[in-house]
Design a protein. Structure first.
Length: 94
């Protein structure tokens, strides 16, 4: 069961995602955690993109990566500086 702290974290993340959505800060290919999009949309887009080249007798492929723990050992201060250098808003970085 979640406590108050975990619930607040989830609410803050949802607010940040909504902010990014409004500012068009998410890639069009991002389906997770977005209104009116789901994993089925992502799978349909993937299938469509791989079928198009096949219909023209060309090769296609996909690369799947798991980023679940990719930043667990990164220096947070360095990552924050790099994100700021890319123009990401401080509220989003926090």
């Amino acid at each position: 069961m979640w406590g108050i702290r975990e619930t607040c974290v989830v609410e803050r993340m949802a607010a940040r995602l909504n902010h990014l959505e409004r500012k068009h800060g998410l890639h069009d290919g991002q389906s997770g955690c977005r209104k009116w999009r789901s994993y089925t949309d992502a799978v349909a887009a993937l299938m469509n993109r791989t079928r198009q080249p096949r219909s023209r007798k060309r090769a296609s492929g996909a690369l799947f990566m798991d980023f679940k723990s990719v930043f667990d050992k990164v220096n947070k201060a360095h990552l924050d500086r790099r994100m700021a250098a890319f123009g990401i808003e401080p509220d989003v970085i926090r």
